[in-house]
Design a protein around this ligand. Structure first.
Ligand SMILES: Cc1cc2nc3c(=O)[nH]c(=O)nc-3n(C[C@H](O)[C@H](O)[C@H](O)COP(=O)(O)O)c2cc1C
Length: 168
């Protein structure tokens, strides 16, 4: 029987959900049974033998929902292989220093459950549709807008992560 893997995510504007779906598709291609779900819809972890959990980065941090999810389920998550991914805009620049800073967004969840792998992917930011607060911040820091997601990076990460999730 194929192993069942959970891909759980949080998102504010949908771009991380699409990254999670792409990871799920890639895991299915290599034979896994996969559920891709928002973290706040997950009630039972018992069907899963591995989990991939991701969040967008806002002001240097993960959204609270996946952190709460990991905290609440840390006992179970410590018994299965887990991988984390972050989606953010700073990492369109793939320099080691920028990637290290973006990796710090996962420090809190790494303390709870140690992952077998982490991924950091460029995201998407459109000024239309943002909340008033987010629009104000984006204007203030003059953030660049556009879709910078790199599906090749996401897909090859998913393939590599599958090997680690199933080997552990
Ligand atoms: C108010 C605001 C703050 C952000 N802060 C960061 C940040 O600190 N680091 C980063 O890499 N990206 C940052 N971003 C970019 C988001 O992480 C990026 O747009 C991501 O793709 C959004 O994911 P979502 O559509 O799933 O919510 C920020 C975006 C907004 C609107």
């Amino acid at each position: 029987m194929a192993e069942r893997i959970l891909v759980a995510y949080a998102t504010r504007y949908g771009s991380t959900a699409e990254v999670a779906e792409a990871i799920g598709d890639e895991l299915r291609k290599v034979g896994a049974e996969v559920d891709v779900r928002p973290v706040d819809e997950i009630r039972d972890l018992s069907p899963y033998r591995a989990a991939v959990i991701g969040s967008p980065i806002y002001m240097g941090k993960w959204l609270p929902e996946p952190q709460v999810f990991i905290e609440k389920n840390q006992q179970r998550l410590r018994t299965i292989p887990v991988a984390y991914f972050s989606v953010g805009l700073t990492v369109t620049d793939r320099s080691p220093e920028i990637l290290r800073k973006a990796e710090a967004s996962m420090d809190a969840v790494r303390m709870l459950v140690n992952p077998v792998e982490v991924g950091i992917f460029p995201g998407k930011l459109e000024s239309s549709g943002l909340s008033f607060t987010d629009r104000t911040i984006v204007k203030m820091i003059r953030a660049k807008t556009g879709d910078f997601r790199d599906w090749e990076i996401v897909r090859s990460w998913a393939q590599a992560v599958h090997r680690k999730l199933t080997a552990a």
